[in-house]
Design a protein around this ligand. Structure first.
Ligand code: VG1
Ligand code: CO
Length: 543
């Protein structure tokens, strides 16, 4: 088998976004497009000869074919060994787990997460480093720079290999090990949570429903929830991963996980509901007819962490992305723990976890995780919740209400305006920036603007600076409106508007979030001139 050097022309649009390079499948299918990006990764990370790489993805359309290309390129670029999930499958947190457990030289994860899949859907690719976490911005910028000047890539001339059985074989001078995608991850979960207590909870009649949304978590949920914890087989729905996610949108929120929501809000509802996304790193937690906002979930996990064996010694600190509500900050303050506010995207948490500054991290976008891996982790959050419910012997709703009574409630919502014309979305952001000078001190109904700015972050570990990470309008009473352009979309621009208001009065904790935030939402629309500038009357999704 010979190594070929293929001449190529650079593409100008391979800039990784919030979580890797995400494009339409049809873009990745353009000749040399995938190869150029993979070679740019290899050139940038400069792995030592013979290094080990992990490769796997969420199983969406094009996953299998991309993996064949990556294996041949890894062999041609001097890797000595690749660990690849059977069938090309590895959930994002499982990939992170495998990188760390086998101390590999990082891994390549193929996923466009919650974006739809299929021939007309989205595909994505990213590199995670030796700590198991998404490459830092310094590395992704270097990969992008390389992609703009690349003129050739290396690939082994070889036939495709079979990945459907656990096996070990050679590809050129590289070893390929096809590994069980679930086993290492499930073992890690068992080491963190009180499985006997959860098993007893389920045996005692507590009913749960987990929606894998036809995405990667199906086999993980079956192994852990059904086989190890004894939940009835029908506790896991949409459990077979499909290349197009059954034409669905594998995004675990009240809009897209509607099958689950109908069950959990219906007659004879189970006690607990949960869903995960395309690549298994997001989670939605529901009690019986009760929705837990991701921001509250992070705060609650932090407040109850010591109930889980893996965290019984306490946590070092908490980090949340800037748009995530400050509910976790209140828990950190009460526990005397440091709390960090980072830009959006898991890559900003890695340094903090590596330095031992934080144990738990979370984002408002249905992402929570800890230093057990370096990605957010959907099933981990589900197990953490089940562990807490088992230990406290209370319903999800009563646990949340008690939390609000103690710490106050941070009402929270996010409005997404998807696929806007890029010009219009940029226009909204520019208009807001132009009003920075005049906004402070202005009064809108019950709200007075205290300050406004573009969020910028200096990493406390490596000193790197990330600017323009979202526009913040901060009000005198601590309420906030944030505007941000998404870095994961593949069509036009997606504008996200994040709203938060704090409420200490228990008598008002039962309010619907949309009702409680009504005035703030009207202010957000007014300040941004969003309707006029984009022509959109309604958001695409409200979470
Ligand atoms: C979104 C979320 C962000 C998350 C990112 C990747 O990014 O807002 O919090 O980290 O997706 O999650 P953006 O730039 O579109 O707002 V996943 O599960 O798509 O890997
Ligand atoms: Co995801």
């Amino acid at each position: 088998m010979s190594i070929r050097t293929i001449p190529t022309q650079a593409f100008s649009d391979q800039k990784p976004g919030t979580s890797g390079l995400r494009k339409k499948v049809t873009v990745f299918q353009k000749p040399h497009y995938l190869e150029n990006f993979v070679q740019s990764i290899f050139d940038t990370i400069a792995a030592p000869q013979g290094a080990t790489l992990v490769v796997g993805g969420d199983g969406r359309y094009y996953n299998r074919s991309a993996i064949q290309t990556i294996l041949k390129m890894a062999a041609a670029n001097g890797f000595g060994r690749v660990l690849v999930g059977r069938g090309g499958i590895l959930s994002t947190p499982a990939a992170s787990c495998v990188i760390r457990k086998y101390e590999t030289y990082g891994g390549i994860i193929l996923s466009a997460s919650h974006n739809p899949g299929g021939p007309d859907g989205d595909f994505g690719i990213k590199y995670n480093g030796e700590n198991g976490g998404p490459a830092t911005e310094t590395v992704t910028e270097a990969i992008y720079a390389r992609s703009k000047e690349i003129s050739a890539y290396k690939i082994l001339a070889a036939a495709d290999v079979s990945l459907d059985e656990l096996a070990e074989f050679s590809l050129g001078s590289m070893r390929v090990e096809v590994i069980d995608p679930v086993a290492d991850y499930a073992e890690l979960m068992e080491s963190l949570f009180d499985f006997p207590a959860i098993r007893a909870l389920l045996a005692g009649g507590f009913r749960l429903k987990f929606d894998a949304m036809h995405a990667v978590t199906g086999p993980y949920a079956r192994d852990i929830l059904v086989d190890r914890l004894g939940a009835p087989a029908d506790s896991v729905m949409n459990a077979v991963p499909l290349e197009d996610f059954g034409n669905g949108h594998p995004d675990p929120n009240l809009t897209y996980a509607h099958d689950l929501v109908e069950i959990v809000y219906g007659a004879d509802a189970p006690d607990f509901g949960a869903a995960s996304d395309g690549d298994g790193d997001r989670n939605m937690i529901l009690g019986q007819r009760f929705f837990v906002t991701p921001s509250d979930s992070l705060a609650l996990l932090a407040a109850n962490a010591t109930l889980a064996p893996g965290y019984k010694g306490g946590i070092a600190g908490i980090a949340r992305s800037m748009p995530t509500s400050a509910a976790a900050d209140r828990v950190a303050a009460a526990l005397g723990l440091p709390c960090f506010e980072t830009p959006t995207g898991w890559k900003f948490f890695g340094n903090l976890m590596d330095a031992g500054k934080v144990t738990l991290c979370g984002e408002e976008s249905f992402g929570t995780g800890s230093n057990h891996v370096r990605e957010k982790d959907g099933l981990w959050a589900v197990l953490f919740w089940l562990n807490i419910v088992a230990a406290r012997k209370q319903s999800v709703e009563s646990i949340v209400r008690e939390h609000w009574a103690k710490y106050g409630r941070n009402f929270y919502s996010r409005y997404d305006y998807e696929a806007l014309p890029t010009e219009a979305a940029n226009g909204v952001m520019t208009h807001l920036r132009d009003s920075f000078a005049t906004l402070p001190g202005q009064v809108f109904g019950n709200y007075t603007v205290a300050t406004c700015d573009d969020f910028s972050y200096t990493d406390p570990v490596d000193g790197s600076v990330s600017t323009k990470q979202g526009i913040r309008i901060l009000f005198a009473d601590g309420s906030r409106i944030i505007y941000r352009l998404s870095g994961t979309g593949t069509e036009g621009a997606t504008l996200r508007v994040y709203l938060e208001a704090y409420e200490a009065d228990v008598a008002r904790h039962g309010l619907d979030a949309q009702e409680a935030l009504k005035e703030l939402i009207a202010i957000a629309l007014q300040l941004s001139e969003l309707k006029g500038r984009t022509g959109r009357e309604q958001p695409t999704v409200i979470t």
